[in-house]
Design a protein around this ligand. Structure first.
Ligand code: P53
Length: 473
């Protein structure tokens, strides 16, 4: 069992969790820039109205790990590990500070030009997310975020600008990060603020429709600008939803819940609203507003590959009493699976679930897959200028084994980029304490520290993995 020779090994970050410099180079504010860190973060994610009024002025996305200024030395370290690919995102408000301007911000464009050149210096392919949880704040305040159809136009303009500008430097693009996050954290995914008296499903699926059309329009622009030299991907927060028991009711529930996640990818990959949406929308009271050309665009401009994040499988029961209890720790409201261990943040650990998810995704779409996020968020202790993070190595080893099993099952896989290859600010908690990296960054939750980089034990381990193309785990 071996991986293809040109397998794309690497790591992933996102602009808003790493760059900092949040008002430098003409950058406007993104929706994440007003969110607090720590306990208040979760509350703010679900009650963004208060965050919009307060405009928390915390350190996380404002200074982050200062990647805006340190990218050269950081990329050098990635190159030392042998990265073939580096996933990052373009900050939308660096290019269009408010989002609805006609002309882009040249300083922002230059930054990514330099960044992508730096990657190529080491033969590293950039893999670029166009929108990763950082819609310009102005578009949220003035237009209500993605509930407004206007955003399609602004996103399309932004996508065209970056395609034109980086067509010789970037081949792999993702239109929206974890597009299904719109259902779970609608503020993150779509800048949505939903009133109590509104039908939340109506707002979320309408916003989803706008993003799906935007994704198709971006794909159309990509084809026009650079033909098949561009590879356009969708991106799902994946993780199979298991049935709580072998009771048929539970299995049916898991089928339905999985459809609700796959929904986005069904449209982006197959090019049409799947048959099950008719009933799903009826039951949720969703009535989508579409324009005449929408269905044609969705049909004509589908993605080339399917990328996804995988942290865990999920679990659901048809029994409301069971389903209400004992939840595991992240945005998906999964039940605790008694067979699985959990991370310090309560995220369940299920390497076999990765193999299951890959098999199902590939069966469903039969397009190449790309694992663009996977990893363990943990508390690390810096001792003698390093971190003995055997727990991270164990986590990754088990996932990589299952990944290779899935490839042996016949799944076509383009590459693997571990999440947070360098420590960065956590999306869910806004803190530094939850670390994913092979490289330790000396900063704490308040932003105190030298910012200095240290190689963890996993650094050399991953280097070996890449060197041997996964033979030595
Ligand atoms: P953090 C929740 C559940 C699954 C994926 O998350 C998620 C989230 C959001 O918290 O987001 C993705 O930092 C996302 C990254 C994020 C990463 O997972 O909360 O694409 O931006 O950092 C890990 O531990």
């Amino acid at each position: 069992m071996s991986l293809p020779k040109d397998f794309l090994w690497g790591g992933a970050i996102a602009a808003n969790q790493a760059e900092g410099a949040y008002q430098e180079g003409g950058k406007g504010r993104a929706l994440v820039d007003i969110l607090p860190a720590g306990k208040e973060r979760w509350e703010a994610l679900y009650n963004p109205k208060k965050a919009l009024e307060t405009k928390y002025d915390y350190y996380p996305s404002h200074r982050a790990i200062n990647f805006y200024h340190t990218y050269k030395e950081d990329i050098k370290l990635f190159a030392e590990m042998g990265f073939k690919v580096f996933r990052t995102s373009i900050s939308w408000p660096r290019i269009f500070p408010n989002g609805d301007e006609l002309e882009p911000n040249q300083e922002g464009l230059k930054f990514y030009d330099d960044l992508f050149s730096e990657c190529h210096k080491y033969g590293m392919e950039p893999l670029v997310t166009i929108n990763h949880f950082d819609t310009p704040l102005y578009l949220v305040e003035k237009y209500g975020g993605w509930r407004n159809r206007k955003l399609i136009e602004y996103y399309e303009r932004y996508a065209k600008v970056v395609f034109e500008r980086y067509k010789d430097k970037v081949r792999y693009w993702l239109t929206f990060n974890e597009i299904n996050m719109l259902l779970h954290i609608p503020f993150f995914g779509g800048g949505l603020i939903i009133d109590d008296d509104e039908n939340a499903d109506q707002i979320k699926f309408q916003a989803a429709h706008h993003q799906l059309v935007a994704s198709s329009l971006a794909t159309k622009a990509a084809r026009e600008i650079n033909g098949s030299n561009f590879k356009i991907g969708c991106m799902l927060a994946a993780g199979e939803i298991y049935p709580y028991s072998c009771h048929p009711h539970d299995l049916l529930k898991s089928v339905k819940e999985n459809q609700k996640q796959y929904f986005f990818i069904d449209v982006q990959s197959r090019g049409a609203y799947p048959s099950y949406t008719k009933r799903m929308f009826r039951e949720l009271g969703v009535n989508l507003q579409m324009e005449a050309d929408d269905e044609r665009l969705l049909k004509e401009y589908t993605v080339d590959f399917i990328s996804f994040s995988y942290y865990s499988s999920r679990l659901t029961s048809a029994d409301p009493a069971i389903n209400a209890g004992n939840k595991s720790g992240n945005a998906f409201g999964s039940l605790r699976n008694p067979y699985l261990e959990v991370s310090e943040w309560g995220w369940q650990i299920d390497p076999i679930g990765l193999r299951v998810t890959m098999n199902n995704l590939y069966d469903r779409y039969q397009k190449p897959l790309f694992i663009v996020e996977n990893g363990l968020g943990a508390v690390d202790k810096l001792e003698n200028e390093t971190v003995e993070d055997d727990y991270r190595i164990d986590y990754m080893r088990e996932h990589l084994k299952q990944m290779m099993e899935a490839v042996d099952d016949g799944v076509d896989l383009l590459g693997y980029t571990s999440w947070g290859c360098i420590d960065l600010v956590s999306a869910g908690s806004g803190e530094m304490k939850k670390r994913y990296g092979f490289i330790y960054v000396d900063l704490d939750n308040e932003g105190n520290g030298t910012g200095k980089r240290y190689k963890k034990k996993s650094f050399d381990w991953y280097k070996k993995v890449i060197e041997t193309n996964g033979e030595e785990l």
